[in-house]
Write a protein that binds this ligand. Structure first.
Ligand SMILES: [Zn+2]
Length: 366
């Protein structure tokens, strides 16, 4: 993600547990551990990108080192809190394993935790994207974790917990960070809009949030992209789509409606009309597949809605459930398969829309 798109994310990054949004369960357990003095020495924070793993790690690091803690909350004013907030605490070591994945980095980590902390009570080691460490580096890390000095706390963060070796993850207290729902992201973005004097229509904000797929950091980065275009007039969904380069998911929803109602002619005409308006058929096809997959999962169980569409609005969720009820399960699976085939064939086809048309005709039968 481009650095200059992270300005809002940094500016509005929470400094206390009370300002941390979503992940209530994680926050509750961690705050309880801190206030009762029963913290672990290794944590594994796993889950979707931009859902607060490293932010939580930093607040945690601050809280356990705070000289004037109130319950579990860091004061943000004592010298320890200030050092961490200003990014100059030498006892807080943050490593991004995605770009520092080798054995040398872990060796230097080992060096840096050999001595007791110089200023803080604990040395806290935050290892982001921990699953990306090389094999050698992972083994070296394991060695350190097997006999850690008492003053060290490890916080490993990963988007792919399944790639962590069991000998490491079994040493950690594990927390899962889930995708954030629409309302939570909306609440945070509204605060930012107000403070930054960004005017945006409700539809436009909904669209931006949906495109962030449950990641607050992504949503904030997208909001950041709008800033250069701020005027007195509120952003419309058209503006947002254009500035962020978003495809219009509504097109996929409309097409799926026609497929659900077996409106073959209408569907073919719809594709052709939109191509005349400049629709990129490959984009459209993958968007349709992505959306139809959600419909299929909802067909299996409507209670999956919050997993399948975490960041959609209530209306979009209702619409999707309604559509899933129009399909038979078998036909849905078949249509998806045919569209996936079409996706592979599109790049070789001299008539770009032909594979998609064939898929639709076959899936709707006679
Ligand atoms: Zn403090």
């Amino acid at each position: 993600m481009a650095e200059n798109n992270l300005v809002l994310y940094r500016k509005y990054r929470p400094k206390s547990f009370k300002d941390f949004v979503g992940q209530e369960q994680v926050t509750k357990v961690i705050m309880n551990e801190i206030s009762t003095g029963s913290i672990s020495h290794a944590y594994l924070f796993s889950g979707h990108r931009g859902t607060g793993k490293t932010t939580m790690a930093r607040i945690f690091a601050k809280a356990i080192n705070c000289q004037n803690r109130q319950g579990a909350e860091p004061c943000n004013e004592c010298p320890s809190c200030k050092e961490i907030n200003e990014g100059r605490a030498i006892d807080l070591i943050e490593v991004d394993a995605a770009s520092n994945r080798g054995i040398e980095e872990i060796k230097s980590l080992r060096e840096s935790i050999r001595f007791a902390p110089t200023f803080l009570k604990y040395k806290v080691l935050i290892l982001d994207e921990a699953h990306q460490l090389s094999k050698d580096a992972t083994n070296a890390l394991l060695k350190i974790m097997e006999e850690p000095p008492a003053y060290v706390v490890f916080i490993l963060a990963t988007t792919e917990a399944n790639k962590m070796i069991p000998t490491i993850s079994s040493r950690c207290q594990k927390f899962n960070f889930h995708k954030l729902n629409h309302d939570i992201i909306e609440e945070k973005l509204k605060i930012i809009c107000k403070a930054e004097k960004i005017k945006i229509e409700k539809d436009a904000l909904d669209l931006l949030i949906s495109s962030a797929d449950g990641s607050l950091r992504d949503a904030e980065a997208k909001m950041n992209q709008l800033i250069n275009f701020v005027t007195d007039v509120a952003f419309t969904s058209g503006d947002v789509r254009e500035i962020l380069g978003l495809s219009d998911i509504n097109l996929a929803i409309e097409l799926v409606d026609m497929l659900a109602k077996k409106e073959k002619v209408k569907a073919i005409k719809f594709i052709s009309d939109n191509m005349e308006k400049g629709l990129d058929i490959s984009d459209f096809l993958s968007m349709t597949i992505d959306y139809l997959r959600k419909i299929m999962l909802l067909k299996i169980g409507a209670e999956l809605i919050d997993i399948v569409m975490p960041s959609e609005t209530k209306e979009a969720k209702e619409k999707a459930i309604e559509q899933s009820e129009l399909f038979e399960e078998k036909r849905l699976a078949k249509t998806l398969e045919l569209l996936m085939d079409a996706e592979n064939k599109t790049k070789y086809s001299s008539i770009p829309q032909l594979p998609m048309e064939l898929a639709i005709i076959e899936s709707l039968g006679d």
